[in-house]
Structures are given as structure tokens and as C-alpha cells.
Write a protein that binds this ligand. Structure first.
Ligand SMILES: [Zn+2]
Length: 511
């Protein structure tokens, strides 16, 4: 039996998170994240939307097959076909769950569903009963619950419970609620609904007004025992409640919030770093819990206080969330073992061959650069992972830039084992580089994003370039690469993105 004060952490990074524009993940990346979530102690992993695509079905099935302790959940609309497909995908999990939903607010019923209230009620009963025939654990959500008329919401929930739902989710789909209001809704529902003590009540909050975590905590204080959230707050629009913030708020303020979760908080930084690497979405510097500055003390007064006693300005310790006490700077004398530990703390678990390769690259960089910082290592391993299995590899680049023009790029690539050469002009050196690559690998990707960051301080720092390509068929690919030369980094990043784009299209054709 679970204790009444236990809060289930339901992670929807792979479903709601993956739905956010530009955040699509590959099959392998989803498996990697799911494995980390399981180790971290997430209670429920929402692995995807099986009826949405063949790819989603395959990753939910595989995550289910590999699962140990965690409940593996698939999302499903209320149609018969979707629920059957979802049941098939989660079937091999040790603990499968089907999560089915339908809109209940007047505006959604009228414009989205074009269904009247009675038809919606009928669909709730039918869908939950069908799901319950496939698995014992069924979650039902009233989409747009916070804008639903209270009496109708009660009727729907009552039908869902009578049809066999075991978890009832009350999402603030549009991120419109505020904490008092959202908490009061849970209290009132739990008081009103017969048999409300037979189900687990769940919160699912969006961050459009920056209130997702506050709303989730308020729901917990008013009876919710499951919180749906995502690593780094990833999710539709402004995102979902951030998992790391919910977990740490409950932990740090256990004096007034007497609840527990199963999440091992020392995994939080790793999870954040892994997701950021996979999606290419940087974590805001001042992001609570996992931001680069979350534990940095810059002002003299603060630093002085910190040196005397860390409690003067710190409500939690960096090591509580997995940030190493001192960010160990690596150099050319650092050994393989220390290097592997460092990689793990940064969110990378590499197989032996990949580890050897990364260690070689690290040694080469340490020869050129006295201090190798965490960010240098992240950049180095990202480059290596990006190159893995790519069709076209970067070899050499020469660029003519400056005021005299014409800006020209000469590039050598290795494609399918063969050397290729191209020369192209452009409107500036970056454009010339991209045109040269495009002439060797023709593709329909449109440049959606081009960003340059300095990895660390100083003019000798490496530059990290991010490139995102988008094509008319809805395929999107992000490439990132680092090099002390910005144009070389640009060429490599563009090449990674092109390789990924072509790979995705080939896979889709094969599926
Ligand atoms: Zn959502």
C-alpha cells in the first residue's frame, strides 16, 4: 500500500514535452530518457501517443518492454481504434496504464469535438470501460477541465469512476488557473464526487502564466496525489510544470508540505542536461534548480556569507540535485576514470568504444587548452554522438571572407567512404559554406535557426553553433557542433542537421 502522503510523479516529457515545436526525439533518444527516468524513481512514465504514428507506437512498445518498476502509460483519444492501439503498445510493461481523455469545456465540445454534452458523457463511459477491459490501471482526463462547467465536470468524473477509471486527472490545459482557484477545484470535486476516495486525483498544469508549479503544489495541498510534469518544464507552448521544481519544492518545504516522492533528487541535473542535449533546447541560466546560475553566488556580500556558512543564502545544497560540490576542472593529467565520472555527472553514459573515442578527443583538446571545463566536454561528446553513423563527414574547409569578396567556401567531405569536393559563393561566409554543402547534398531543408555561442569565456574559447532545418514535409532536424573556428563549427553543425534530416526521411519512407 502506498502511504496517503505519497505523491506520484508522472513524467510526460516523452509525450506532452515531445509535442512542443522543435523538440521531437528519435527512438533511441526516447529509450535513453526513459531508462534515466526509471533509475531516477519516476512513478509513471507517459511514453507517447501510440495512435499518433508508427514511430510513437514503436517507442511506447519498446519502453514498455524494457520497463521494470515504473508504470508505463500511453495516451489515447476516446475512440475505439486509438484505445485498442494504446493497449497493444503498453501491453508488455510490467505495469501498463492507458490514459484516455476527452474535452469537457463548452468551447472545446462545440468547436473541437462538435459533440453535445450527452454524447461526451457517453464517450467517457465507453472509452474508460474499453480501456479497463485491456488493463487494470486506467487514467481518465477531462481536457480543458478548468474551463468546464462544474456540474458537468462532476457528471463526467462520476461516469469515469463507475466505468473503472483508477486515476482522475484535472488538467489546466490552457494554463489559465491560479493556485487558490485550482486548489479549491480539487477540494470541491473530492468533496462532491461519490467514491472520490477510490481513485487517485491528478494535476496537470501548463505554464502560460508561469503558475504551473504553484498550481500543482496547491492541488497537492488540496488532495491531489499525482502530479504530471516534465523535465525542464518541457511541453506544449510555455510548457508543463517542471519536474525538478515540483520535487524540490516538496522536499525543501516538507515542514509545511508533508508529502514524499520517490524521485532521487541527485538525478535531477543529469536528467536536465540529457534532455537539453537531446532536444537542443538550452536551459535558461537562471532556471530554478537546474540552471547554470541556480547555485552561483556572485555579489561580495553573498559570497562572504556563503564562506562563513552556506545556510546564509542556500536553502538546498547543489549536491542534493546532483551538481558536484566543486565543478572539477579537467586537464591533460586527468585519468580515464575521472573522465567517465565527469561524463556521467553531465548526463552521458557511453558504451566502451564510444568512451574510448571520447577520451581520445578529450586528450587532444586538453593538449591545446590548459583548462577543460564541463561545457567543453559537453561540446566534445555532442560532436562525437552527432557524427555517429552519419553518411557525410566533414574533412576540410577553406573560406574567403572580409570586405574584398566574393565570399567563397571550399569544402571537402567524405560521403559513403568517398572524397567529395565543392566550391560555392554566398552572401557572406556562412552562406557560402552552407551553399557548398548543399551542392554536395541537395535537400529541401530551410534554415530555421542559426545560433552561435561561446562555450566558455575568452577569445580562444570554442564556438558552439546550432542549426535547425525544416522542410515542407514537416521534418525538422537540429545540428550542433563546436570548434575554435566559428566557420568550421558552422559547417559541422549544418552537416549534422542535413544528415539527421535525410536520416529521418529515409526512416519514414522505410516505415
Ligand atoms: Zn498538457
Amino acid at each position: 500500500m502506498t502511504k496517503p502522503d505519497h505523491i506520484r510523479i508522472f513524467d510526460t516529457t516523452l509525450r506532452d514535452g515531445e509535442q512542443s515545436p522543435g523538440a521531437s526525439m528519435t527512438h533511441g533518444e526516447k529509450l535513453e530518457l526513459a531508462a534515466l527516468m526509471e533509475d531516477m524513481g519516476v512513478d509513471v512514465i507517459e511514453a507517447g501517443f501510440p495512435a499518433a504514428s508508427e514511430g510513437d507506437f514503436a517507442s511506447v512498445s519498446e519502453i514498455a518492454r524494457r520497463s521494470k518498476e515504473a508504470i508505463i502509460c500511453g495516451l489515447s483519444r476516446s475512440t475505439e481504434k486509438d484505445i485498442a492501439r494504446c493497449g497493444e503498445a503498453v501491453r508488455n510493461a510490467a505495469r501498463p496504464r492507458i490514459h484516455t481523455f476527452i474535452s469537457t469545456s463548452p468551447v472545446h465540445m462545440k468547436h473541437k469535438l462538435q459533440m453535445g454534452p450527452n454524447a461526451v458523457l457517453e464517450a467517457v463511459g465507453r472509452s474508460v470501460a474499453q480501456a479497463r477491459n485491456l488493463v487494470d490501471d486506467v487514467e481518465w482526463s477531462a481536457e480543458d477541465a478548468t474551463r468546464t462547467e462544474f456540474d458537468f465536470l462532476c457528471k463526467c468524473i462520476d461516469v469515469a469512476i463507475q466505468s473503472g477509471a483508477t486515476t482522475i486527472n484535472i488538467p489546466d490545459t490552457v494554463g489559465y488557473s491560479h493556485p487558490d482557484e485550482y486548489g479549491a477545484l480539487f477540494r470541491r470535486l473530492i468533496e462532491t464526487i461519490p467514491n472520490s476516495d477510490k481513485v487517485i486525483w491528478s494535476a496537470h498544469c501548463h505554464n502560460d502564466l508561469g503558475l504551473a508549479v504553484a498550481n500543482s503544489i496547491s492541488a497537492v495541498a488540496n488532495g491531489a496525489r499525482q502530479v504530471e510534469c516534465a523535465i525542464n518544464g518541457l511541453g506544449e507552448r510555455a510548457g508543463n510544470a517542471a519536474l525538478e521544481e515540483v520535487v524540490m519544492a516538496l522536499r525543501v518545504r516538507s515542514d509545511t508540505l508533508p508529502y514524499t516522492t520517490n524521485v532521487k533528487s541527485e538525478y535531477l541535473s543529469r536528467a536536465s542536461a540529457m534532455l537539453s542535449r537531446i532536444t537542443g533546447f538550452p536551459v535558461q541560466y537562471n532556471k530554478a534548480i537546474v540552471g547554470k546560475n541556480a547555485f552561483a553566488h556572485e555579489s561580495g556580500i553573498h559570497q562572504d556569507g556563503m564562506l562563513k556558512n552556506s545556510e546564509t543564502y542556500e536553502i538546498m545544497k547543489p549536491e542534493d540535485v546532483g551538481v558536484a560540490k566543486t565543478s572539477l576542472v579537467m586537464g591533460k593529467l586527468s585519468g580515464r576514470h575521472a573522465f567517465r565520472d565527469k561524463l556521467e555527472s553531465l548526463g552521458y553514459v557511453l558504451e566502451q568504444d564510444a568512451l574510448n573515442d571520447a577520451f581520445k578527443r578529450f586528450k587532444a583538446l586538453a593538449d591545446k587548452k590548459k583548462h577543460v571545463f564541463d561545457d567543453d566536454i559537453v561540446a566534445l561528446v555532442d560532436d562525437q554522438l552527432a557524427e555517429d553513423g552519419e553518411r557525410a563527414m566533414f574533412k576540410r574547409l577553406r573560406v574567403v571572407a572580409g570586405t574584398e569578396g566574393p565570399q567563397t567556401a571550399e569544402i571537402d567531405l567524405v560521403m559513403d567512404g568517398e572524397d567529395k569536393f565543392a566550391i560555392a559563393r554566398g552572401n557572406g561566409p556562412v552562406d557560402a559554406v552552407f551553399n557548398a554543402i548543399r551542392s554536395l547534398i541537395p535537400h529541401a531543408g530551410k534554415l530555421d535557426l542559426y545560433q552561435v555561442h561561446a562555450v566558455t569565456g575568452g577569445t580562444d574559447a570554442q564556438a558552439t553553433v546550432s542549426v535547425r532545418l525544416n522542410d515542407a514535409d514537416g521534418f525538422m532536424a537540429t545540428g550542433r557542433a563546436s570548434d575554435p573556428d566559428t566557420l568550421v563549427a558552422s559547417a559541422k553543425a549544418y552537416l549534422h542537421a542535413v544528415n539527421k534530416l535525410e536520416n529521418r526521411k529515409a526512416k519514414r519512407r522505410a516505415a
